[in-house]
Design a protein around this ligand. Structure first.
Ligand SMILES: NC(=O)c1ccc[n+]([C@@H]2O[C@H](COP(=O)([O-])OP(=O)(O)OC[C@H]3O[C@@H](n4cnc5c(N)ncnc54)[C@H](O)[C@@H]3O)[C@@H](O)[C@H]2O)c1
Ligand SMILES: [Zn+2]
Length: 336
């Protein structure tokens, strides 16, 4: 993914130019009921074939893919068709996957409409769906032809969704740039420049390690425990957004970083205060703590490997492949 594949601002004009420069046989746009209502009108007057799916993570599955593939077939989509993914991370993940498999791959572009999709899900070429009760179980690395980033879509997102995406921006700052972290803390609604800066941090990391053998692992900061918390809450029917779960994961990872003497305790305390001031505290029962612990340890036992952590050495500097004792993790979780 080159920076030149990402265009910032005025989405309607950018899209018009892109379609004029490329001759696609048909243009499909994948939406859900919200992005159809709030985002589609912002794309201007384009001759689309609309494919609408239901919103929500529970629809990021194989049945929805089948539905989209059948829509392609009914509308005689050929190898020179284009799919525009207009939506949050569910749409960009599923749409990228569906397009990459249809007739061995048709072009797709992302127009992310949530902050999380702008700074994270649409960037880096990971596509996929949930399968067999596991998130992102089936999928592939596949790059969008272009990505259009326009903060105009943020106007219709509520504060919770903004904070959800902000969590990934704060993460980018914590692992790679103190300056970016501090800017993100200060503003509520990020500017286009801040969004661009966050994307560039992710792009830079992905470009140095596309297949996640080394430094790309730092993007998983807060995600080992955050993802386990997400899975545990989903199983128990409790609602938690991805960003909210990874903030808690980052709080744990920050504590671990200071416990293992990589990060100064004073800095760790300040960072945790910053995060709690924005996100509040999540209440997690002791049964859930045990479930979270079991989840991460079992995963690794199956792979006959040890859990590897991403920790902070300072604000803007992360280390990966850190192994620690099981007791350290259980103490960590019990001191929420
Ligand atoms: N591929 C990756 O690298 C990557 C990275 C991070 C997250 N993800 C995936 O992203 C998904 C989460 O993405 P998300 O948080 O964007 O969730 P989402 O796609 O479910 O969108 C959240 C909600 O906002 C609505 N919405 C979208 N744009 C809107 C707008 N402009 N105005 C009003 N409502 C709007 C949607 O309809 C939905 O109800 C997860 O499935 C996660 O696994 C992927
Ligand atoms: Zn994430």
């Amino acid at each position: 993914m080159h920076n030149s594949n990402i265009f910032y601002g005025d989405v309607a004009m950018q899209l018009k130019n892109f379609l004029a420069e490329n001759s696609y046989s048909q243009v499909f746009v994948l939406v859900d009921e919200n992005t159809q209502q709030f985002c589609l009108p912002k794309l201007g007057n384009v001759n689309f074939q609309i494919i609408k799916i239901e919103s929500g993570e529970k629809h990021k599955n194989l049945q929805t893919c089948e539905f989209v593939w059948k829509e392609f077939i009914h509308n005689k989509a050929d190898r020179s068709s284009l799919l525009i993914n207009l939506g949050g991370g569910v749409i960009t993940d599923l749409g990228g996957f569906v397009a990459s498999c249809y007739k061995r791959g048709i072009d797709f572009i992302h127009i992310p409409t949530t902050l999380l999709a702008m700074v994270d899900a649409s960037i880096g070429g990971k596509t996929g769906i949930d399968f067999h009760f596991e998130k992102n179980m089936i999928g592939l690395f596949s790059e969008a032809k272009v990505i259009f980033i326009d903060p105009i879509f943020l106007e219709t997102l509520d504060a919770r969704q903004i904070k959800n995406g902000k969590a990934e921006m704060l993460k980018h700052g914590l692992i790679a740039s103190k300056e970016h972290y501090q800017k993100c803390l200060q503003s509520f609604l990020p500017s286009l420049e801040e969004i661009q800066e966050s994307i560039e941090i992710k792009l830079h990391i992905v470009a140095s390690d596309p297949k996640e053998k080394g430094i790309r692992k730092t993007l998983n900061f807060g995600h080992t425990l955050g993802h386990a918390l997400e899975t545990c809450f989903l199983k128990n029917g409790k609602v938690i957004l991805h960003g909210e779960a990874i903030v808690q994961g980052m709080i744990w990872a920050i504590t671990l970083s200071s416990k293992l003497h990589y990060l100064e305790e004073q800095i760790a305390t300040t960072l945790k205060q910053d995060l709690v001031a924005i996100y509040g505290k999540i209440s997690i029962s002791s049964t859930e703590i045990n479930e979270i612990l079991a989840h991460i340890l079992n995963d690794k036992k199956n792979e006959k490997a040890k859990v590897q952590w991403v920790i902070l050495e300072e604000i803007g500097k992360a280390k990966w492949n850190i192994v620690c004792k099981e007791e350290d993790v259980s103490t960590l979780l019990s001191t929420v």
